[in-house]
Write a protein that binds this ligand. Structure first.
Ligand code: F6P
Ligand code: MN
Length: 313
């Protein structure tokens, strides 16, 4: 953080920042518990076993030992937080029920280690979290009361929203998350694009949109990790990430509950937009835990233009 000459450096810690928001103490507690759990996830990422777990998840993807361990770390912390009713993660087959009590409780959907297959090549990965009040996890994303992600890169950062802007924290030498950017905002349009999916499977409208981006000189920035790729667009305040519908995969790849809803909430809170190409991500009523959707997410005018290209195809 910027230090004015002659003044003492003052770091705002995550809990203190959350307390200044108009949210219940239980939600402050929950977000801090998740942040704490992620400190153990980082440790696992940095030093843990890179092998496979010998199991597969709901999507038929091979689970890595790190996926299973990260899931276990967060799950345990959520169970013991005392404020969770239901939880579900990208690595679970069904909702895990913690408590029958509704009052003052929250439900959490999370992706414990997004991009885990990138750890062996030492690229950035992350944890993504979506929080609802009460016990219902099958609600539209617009009903989230909080969303956050933790990015494990050269530095560890945590970005959260509780519906009052988007705020970034970075882990300091004491392993505390301190405020580095408050009220992150995105420009209406930008010159970065981060395109997922094989291009030879793009629909004509998506192909024409990409050609348009290339013609205007947009820079390609795609690491294959959703968290770092979104973080780049969000923090630079410009551009768009997409994982579109593909020939043979009409719903793209990314998962509504664990990946798209939390990121859509964060990006909208920063002044951006997130759409399937026809519908706002946050308006989708989930029908199943493993639901996927195509996504165009980032600067609002860039998302709007993607929709126009799709409409015109
Ligand atoms: O969890 C899905 C994920 O790993 C995201 O992190 C990432 O955006 C996407 O898949 C990458 O997919 P692909 O390998 O098809 O580019
Ligand atoms: Mn994922």
């Amino acid at each position: 953080m910027y230090k004015e000459p002659g003044k003492t450096k003052f770091q705002i810690e995550l809990r203190r920042h959350l307390r200044a928001q108009d949210i219940p103490d239980d939600l402050v507690h929950l977000i801090c518990e998740i942040a704490e759990a992620c400190k153990y996830v980082i440790n696992a990422v940095r030093t843990g076993d890179l092998g496979v777990a010998g199991t597969s998840n709901l999507y038929g993807e091979e689970q890595l030992a790190l996926d299973v361990l990260s899931d276990r770390i967060i799950k345990k912390r959520l169970i013991h937080s005392g404020v969770v009713c239901n939880m579900v993660s990208e690595e679970m087959d069904e909702i895990f029920h913690v408590s029958d009590e509704r009052a003052g409780k929250y439900s959490v959907a999370y992706d414990p280690l997004d991009g885990s297959s990138l750890v062996d090549v030492n690229l950035a990965v992350g944890t993504i979290v979506s929080i609802y009040q009460g016990c219902d996890l099958m609600q539209e994303g617009s009903r989230q009361v909080a969303a956050m992600y933790i990015l494990y890169g050269p530095r560890v950062s945590l970005v959260y929203t509780v519906g009052n802007g988007v705020h970034e924290f970075t882990m300091n030498h004491l392993n505390e998350f301190t405020l580095t950017r408050e009220n992150v905002t995105m420009k209406p349009s930008g010159d970065i694009y981060s395109p997922g999916g094989q291009r030879n499977k793009y629909l004509p409208g998506v192909e024409k949109y990409v050609q348009h981006l290339e013609a205007k000189g947009a820079k390609l920035r795609y690491s294959g990790g959703f968290v770092p790729d979104i973080n780049q667009v969000l923090m630079k305040g410009k551009g768009l990430f997409m994982y579109p519908m593909l020939n043979g995969s009409p719903n793209g790849k990314l998962r509504l509950l664990y990946e798209l809803n939390p990121m859509a909430y964060i990006v909208e809170q920063a002044g951006g937009a997130a759409s399937t190409g026809t519908c706002r991500i946050l308006d989708i009523k989930p029908e199943s835990l493993d639901q996927r959707a195509p996504v165009f997410i980032g600067c609002s005018e860039d998302v709007e233009l993607a929709k126009e290209f799709l409409n015109a195809q």
